[in-house]
Write a protein that binds this ligand. Structure first.
Ligand code: 5GP
Length: 201
């Protein structure tokens, strides 16, 4: 059976109880660190959605594991084919959630976590109101800037773009069902686990 529409995902979510989690927060807030620990401790009934992106891989990033890295032409072809549940342009690169990937996992009875930026998160929240939205915020904006610079993964130009996007994202945190502050990673992970257990009970 093929499930071409998002509305079908919602039906399946109601009948089998797998949930769709949206996990958003500004670049540099520590989403990756939190999720690495969360998935290590999780019950394997939840999977990470591997996005498509036109961004170049960073050192250590593996195609098909961290992202599916594609060219701009390939990404635009996927847009035309309606392959995305959502997509957005962020800091001059495209990022998108592959609809087939998410539908496949939901069909298997697994919950799926989308680690996506604000524009994409708002698209999914509108299309799929049952999705559980979680926003990760930094203790302060200054702390976020410090963390982003400390990563040494982006150029100064890119850091400025990401900080500008971060202000926008933080201003929208109140649209999310849960807001978790990443003050101490272990504490933030515990809070995320609590949310996960509560919502999938
Ligand atoms: P990065 O380049 O640091 O890996 O990701 C930049 C931003 O894009 C992050 O906020 C990340 O959560 C977001 N992102 C990753 N995959 C997707 C996606 O499929 N869709 C959207 N809208 N954002 C994504």
């Amino acid at each position: 059976m093929t499930i071409p529409q998002l509305t079908c995902i919602i039906t399946i979510m109601k009948s089998n109880n797998p949930k769709l989690f949206i996990f958003t927060g500004p670049s540099g807030v520590g989403k990756g660190t939190i999720l690495a620990d969360f998935f290590k401790k999780s019950d394997h009934k939840i999977v990470y959605s591997i996005s498509n992106t036109t961004r170049s891989p960073r050192d250590g990033e593996i195609n098909g594991m961290h992202y599916f890295f594609v060219s701009k032409d390939e990404f635009e072809k996927l847009i035309e084919e309606n392959a995305f549940l959502e997509y957005a342009k962020y800091s001059e690169n495209y990022y998108g959630t592959n609809k087939n990937f998410v539908e496949g996992k939901i069909k298997e009875g697994k919950s799926v976590l989308l680690e996506i930026e604000l524009q994409g998160a708002l698209q999914v929240m509108e299309k799929c109101p049952e999705a559980i939205s979680i926003f990760i915020k930094p203790p302060t904006f200054e702390e976020l800037e410090k963390r982003l610079r400390g990563r040494h993964t982006e150029s100064e130009e890119m850091i400025s773009k990401r900080l500008k996007a971060a202000r926008d994202e933080l201003a929208n945190a109140n649209k999310f069902k849960y807001v978790i502050e990443n003050d101490i990673v272990d504490r933030a992970v515990d809070e995320l686990i609590e949310v996960y257990l509560k919502e999938t009970r």
